[in-house]
Design a protein around this ligand. Structure first.
Ligand SMILES: [Zn+2]
Length: 650
């Protein structure tokens, strides 16, 4: 929060026994800018070899453990259940098949297909995601069956590692793929896959207490340490041109957890200097880079800053986030096109027109993850304006009801549709990210600092902040209803502060405590802070009125999307021309195979409320006759047929 234009006003509500309100106001409409320090890096910041020293950076706010927050019935819990159904359908034996064969152990399981097929160079990546999801299911929902599956898999993977007997190496493919990587011969992305397996094992340790998982991951870290230490730095920088996921992040996580600095030094070998240098100097040179190759590297940089306090890594993460969230993100919260950034920053309409494969889901997943890091450092509510947009529009609607199958791209092309994986013959990167995403939807609803609790997201849930003697229950049907209510179920006798996030879109938010309206209100994009001696049963009700808004492309005011509060509304264009083969096992909509003419919206100069009216039959549903025929606009996150989010407006 150090450099934002920040006004503070003190409101003292004139109610008997009333809470004291400290409304922190920050009046900037854009995403949080990078800190405006003078350019401290006159020399290229990563020219010298890196020298890791542990020194933890201060964090303004801290998350709760995943196990302290439970979802209550609502759209988020429902998505979690659909995901769980898909996890349950997949059998452990099939996920371990290639690992066993690679280790010379017998397996009679039916092989999986797609990116997990026995000859795929990415085989094993999804098994890593699955391990993470098992750990997250246990932590987020107390799912003992999924924990048991995860424990079984860890034990089997430990046997594979022991049988391989190759200095800790563990994978579903042989080290020959790493030989090819070393020789810069064609190979897909072996470190990407190894990262997923290591992250899955680390999650089984971190979220599910499995010590064997930590030992297996440590063995893999030792192997990666030796492999990378045997290369010269220039050669290693060449190797880093191949996608390697978050190898740096998982090695830093292991180092932080165990105190083994050697793994942090191994993590440093995964610092791609040609990518980090311009970011640390606050230059956006992302054009033509593959998006999801690079976002995880920045998450690793954020983690490096947290465990070393090295400001170069903070600047990398800070600037990257600002330019992607601020200048390369669609109204839905996603970024990328055809997996890359195809233009200079701020040219989103050119990017939009360049292909139909916008917004890879892994990018959305990883940007949420990066946002959590930056938010912890700064405690700025505006990070959650971005987070909420992404979560509600891109992630909530990215999982198919009942089946738990999920999407790859969320296309913004007019007449686009969502495309889905097959149950056992696809296994894209995004299928793996989805498995984790929907196993952790309780994440980030609440945070804490020394003074109390932050309420960031309006999701039906319970918080058990047992270390401070506080329990909260949040009842809400948000976003179907524009309000939420928090009940204090347990509280210590001393005062503490509840900080309620006031979103930027909520221009007339209002709060009642035990039925009495507070006079003060924080501005959008900040927190309303209520400090008082709370009593069991105290009830905080927050009204979050939504209104229709339009959001134009930054470089073309005639291309617009429409929102109601934080919810992106899409024109529902029906299922015309859609066949199962156009939907299933396709990464994105191939609109040329089912062309659709989407007309221009002739509403220029009209108020939104003149031409877009509430449907009345269901929440968040609207209708218009502006196209000469009746057309429904509904939340993109509910749509499973053809839609248009961005419209040409004349
Ligand atoms: Zn992906």
């Amino acid at each position: 929060m150090e450099s934002h234009r920040l006004n503070r006003r003190l409101f003292v509500a004139g109610l008997a026994g009333s809470p004291v309100l400290l409304a922190q106001q920050s009046v900037v409409q854009d995403p949080p800018p990078p800190s405006k320090r003078p350019p401290i890096h006159e020399q290229p910041p990563f020219e010298e070899p890196l020298a890791f020293q542990r020194k933890d950076a201060a964090r303004r706010v801290k998350p709760f453990l995943m196990s302290q927050v439970r979802l209550l019935p609502g759209p988020f819990q429902q998505s979690a259940e659909w995901n769980r159904a898909y996890m349950n359908w997949l059998g452990v034996d099939r996920l371990l098949h290639n690992f066993r064969l690679n280790a010379g152990l017998p397996s009679t399981a039916e092989p999986l297909g797609g990116w997990e097929a026995p000859k795929s160079e990415l085989r094993g990546h999804f098994t890593g995601h699955y391990l993470s999801a098992c750990a997250l299911r246990w932590a987020s929902a107390g799912d003992a069956e999924m924990k048991a599956r995860g424990d079984d898999m860890v034990s089997e993977l430990a046997s594979c590692q022991a049988k391989l007997d190759a200095g800790g190496y563990l994978s579903a493919f042989p080290t020959e793929l790493f030989d090819r990587l070393d020789q810069r011969k064609g190979v897909w992305a072996p470190f990407y896959t190894v990262h997923k397996i290591m992250a899955g094992l680390f999650d089984m340790y971190r979220h599910a207490g499995n010590k064997q998982a930590l030992a297996v991951a440590g063995g893999m870290a030792d192997w990666a340490d030796r492999w990378t230490a045997s290369k010269t730095e220039p050669h290693m920088q060449e190797i880093l041109k191949s996608e390697y996921g978050g190898m740096n992040e998982v090695l830093y996580n292991l180092a932080a957890e165990t105190g083994e600095d050697k793994w942090a030094r191994a993590g440093d070998r995964f610092s791609k200097k040609a990518f980090f240098t311009p970011l640390a100097q606050r230059r956006d040179e992302l054009r033509n880079l593959h998006a999801n190759t690079h976002i995880p590297q920045v998450i690793g940089a954020a983690r490096r800053y947290e465990i070393s306090s090295d400001p170069r890594f903070r600047d990398v993460a800070d600037f990257f986030w600002s330019t992607v969230a601020g200048a390369r993100t669609y109204a839905t919260g996603g970024s990328s096109n055809a997996e890359a950034w195809l233009t200079d920053p701020g040219h989103l309409s050119l990017e939009w027109k360049a292909s139909t494969h916008h917004q890879e889901c892994c990018c959305a997943y990883n940007m949420l993850k990066l946002t959590r890091h930056l938010y912890e450092w700064k405690g700025d509510a505006r990070y959650f304006d971005y987070y909420e947009r992404n979560l509600l529009n891109h992630r909530l609607g990215g999982i198919q009801p009942e089946t738990g199958h999920s999407i790859y791209f969320l296309s913004m092309a007019p007449g686009a549709w969502k495309t889905l994986n097959t149950p056992d013959k696809t296994f894209w990167c995004c299928t793996g990210s989805a498995l984790e995403e929907y196993a952790k939807l309780n994440d980030s609803i609440y945070y804490q600092d020394g003074e109390g609790i932050y309420v960031n997201l309006f999701i039906a849930s319970e918080l058990d902040a047992r270390e401070r003697g506080i329990r909260l229950r949040q009842d809400t049907r948000f976003p179907d209803e524009p309000r939420t209510a928090l009940t204090v179920a347990e509280t210590p006798s001393s005062a503490w502060t509840m900080r309620l996030r006031v979103p930027q879109w909520a221009s007339h938010a209002a709060v009642k405590i035990n039925g009495r309206q507070l006079e003060g209100m924080a501005e959008g994009g900040s927190y309303l802070s209520v400090e008082r001696v709370w009593k069991r049963g105290d009830r905080v009700e927050m009204e979050l009125p939504m209104r229709l808004t339009s959001e134009a492309m930054p470089d073309d005011p005639t291309v617009q999307a429409f929102l109601y509060g934080p919810i992106v509304l899409a024109g529902d264009l029906g299922a015309q021309g859609l066949t199962e083969s156009l939907i299933r096992d396709r990464q994105g909509p191939e609109t040329a195979r089912a062309p659709m003419e989407v007309p221009t919206l002739k509403v220029s100069g009209k108020e939104l409320t003149e031409w877009l009216r509430p449907d009345g039959s269901a929440p968040l549903e609207f209708r218009t006759s502006a196209l000469g025929q009746d057309l429904a606009f509904r939340p993109l996150n509910r749509l499973w047929q053809r839609f248009a989010v961005y419209w040409n407006v004349a």
